[in-house]
Structures are given as C-alpha cells and as structure tokens.
Design a protein. Structure first.
Length: 232
C-alpha cells in the first residue's frame, strides 16, 4: 500500500471509530519510521482499543468480589479481558520497540518510551491484583518505571516545561506513582514540579500548543488538588 493511501486509511479508521481495524496493519508499523500523523493515529487508536477493555475490567473485577456465587463465570470473563489486554499491549510494545530503533528525533524517542510506560502501567493494573500476582509477578511495574524514567531523562533535558509531551509524561508518571506504587508523596512531587515549571513558562506559548499546554496543566492541577486533600 502506497504511503498516501495508507495515511488516508489511518485517518478513515480514526474518523469512523473503527479502531480495531488498525490492528490489521501492524506490519506497516515495523517496516519504516512512522510520520507524525501516523504516530498520532496509532497512539489514539490503540488508546481507544485498550481503554474499552480497561473500562470493563475494573467493574468486572469488583463484581467478582461482590458475587461469590457467580465468581466462576465472572472470573472467566475477567481473564478473557486480561488476555485481550495482554495481546494489545504486546502489539504496542512491538511497534514501540521497532520505532525506537529507527527514530532519529529525541522527542520521538521520548514519545515511544512514554508509550511503553503507559502500556506497562495498564498491564500492572491487572497484573498486581492478588489473583494474578503469582502468574505475572511485578515485571510490568518495573518496566513501567524504567520506561517512564528513561523518557523523563530526555524531556527534562531536551524539551521546555510547556511542551505537551513533557507535561503528558509528567501527568502519566505521577498517576503511575499514585495508582500503582501507592506513593502519594512521589506523585505529588512530580505533578507539582511539572505544574509550577509549566505555569512559569506559559507566557511565551501561543496558538494550539498553548491550548494543549493549558489543558494538560489543568489535568495535572486537578490531580494535585485531589491527592493533596487525601494526604492531609
């Protein structure tokens, strides 16, 4: 498939919300460096794909505890969702690992490391429940931390405090510490630093980047307010 047709297909998949169709074209992702548009589309589509399972898994897991008489069938369905999420995460890791070998841009490298951190975090959500710890262990937690840490080293030294990638990484890394590591102090440290640095540097940002930056700063601040109230 020629590049122009492929990019049109990606846009069509996203516009029609047929996100699962993107998984049929994985080979293209591991044969070349993705353009900015391709990278954005793949990230958005896979986020929708994994989110649809995460949104179901959480209430199913809670229901399994509340309905012991039906736990067998609920457990079967929970494991089915987990198997699907495992496959999705493996696909994303395959794409990200290949792209990390071919990308030349520093911010692209940080983007794919952040992506790996995100999907290892998603894995950790269900890997770390008591029913799964013996089977999965804590590799997802360690891998998420390592990927986020690598990405952070790049963005903190190479990108300005208002850069959307830098802010989104800080947002997700802080969520990792809060939700997975159960460390409110570390989560607040990352979030507050990102918020204060971004706000202080906001005056020179304009246009669409400013809108993205302000949105991310708002999300980070919401977490700061929420987490601070719980710590007190």
């Amino acid at each position: 498939m020629i590049k122009e047709n492929y990019e049109f297909l990606l846009a069509l998949v996203e516009d029609t919300e047929r996100y699962e169709d993107i998984r049929l074209h994985l080979k293209y992702c591991t044969s070349k460096e993705l353009s900015v548009n391709e990278r954005t589309c793949f990230y958005n589509c896979y986020k929708k794909i994994i989110q649809s399972r995460r949104n179901v898994w959480h209430p199913v897991y809670i229901l399994e505890k509340k309905e012991p008489g039906k736990s067998k069938v609920i457990s079967w369905y929970r494991k089915k969702l987990e198997d699907e999420m495992e496959e999705i995460c493996k696909e994303v890791f395959m794409i990200a690992d290949f792209q990390l070998k071919v990308v030349k841009s520093i911010d692209f490298k940080a983007f794919y490391l952040k992506t790996k951190g995100d999907y290892f975090r998603y894995q950790a959500e269900y890997h770390c429940v008591p029913e799964n710890k013996d089977h999965y262990g804590i590799n997802a937690v360690q891998n998420a931390f390592f990927a986020y840490e690598q990405a952070s080293e790049i963005v903190l030294s190479e990108l300005p405090p208002t850069n959307p990638l830098r802010l989104s990484l800080a947002l997700n890394f802080s969520v990792f510490f809060y939700e997975i590591m159960k460390s409110s102090d570390r989560a607040l440290l990352i979030a507050r630093m990102a918020y204060q640095d971004g706000l202080a540097d906001l005056s020179g940002v304009e246009g669409q980047i400013r809108k993205e930056t302000e949105k991310l700063l708002g999300l980070i601040n919401e977490n700061i307010v929420l987490w601070s109230s719980e710590v007190q």
